[in-house]
Design a protein around this ligand. Structure first.
Ligand SMILES: [Zn+2]
Length: 172
């Protein structure tokens, strides 16, 4: 397994809509293994393929804590089927937007339909942190980021900061 480089703001690919996957094959399974490795070493609880510069509809998640058994999940073409009525507030970070945290209210329960590593259709109902992570990662597939939950003023501030950082990095 390989750790892949994670793209960060202001990379325009983060705004792209990812393409559906047509076939689950060994190449895709290798990508998912590399994504898990990348997520664990970051460390993070979720990663979308577009974050490693592969704009295809694939996400990996594992909400297990440090002292818990890993529970990796790979979801191909994930789609939200239903959202619960209750909300859950969570301070979310994103591996593509380092050092930025946004308090986001999302439905506390979500049902997701997806294709698993073996190419089988599955449906999963999640609550708590997993529900939050699934919605965060599925947002990535449509180019939606945690900064989109901020006011436009605060969002502009974040974008300016990352553009400035990118310029500074280029001149070094
Ligand atoms: Zn993210």
């Amino acid at each position: 397994m390989t750790t892949l480089p994670i793209i960060t703001l202001p990379d325009p690919l983060l705004r792209a809509s990812s393409a559906p996957v047509e076939r689950v094959d060994d190449e895709l399974r290798r990508l998912m293994d590399d994504m898990l490795e990348t997520m664990y070493s970051a460390p993070g609880v979720g990663l979308a393929a577009v974050q490693v510069a592969v704009p295809r509809r694939v996400i990996v998640v594992d909400p297990a804590g440090d002292d818990e058994e890993p529970t990796p999940l790979c979801l191909v073409n994930p789609e939200i089927v239903t959202l619960g009525n209750e909300v859950r507030l969570h301070e979310e970070g994103c591996l593509s937007i380092p050092d930025v945290h946004v308090e986001i209210e999302r439905p506390s329960q979500v049902t997701v339909r997806y294709v698993d590593r073996e190419g089988h259709r599955q449906e999963l109902t999640a609550e708590g942190l997993l529900a939050t992570v699934l919605q965060h990662e599925i947002n990535h597939l449509d180019g939606k980021l945690i900064v989109d939950f901020l006011s436009s003023l605060k969002r502009d501030m974040v974008f300016r900061k990352f553009k400035k950082q990118a310029r500074t990095a280029e001149t070094l």
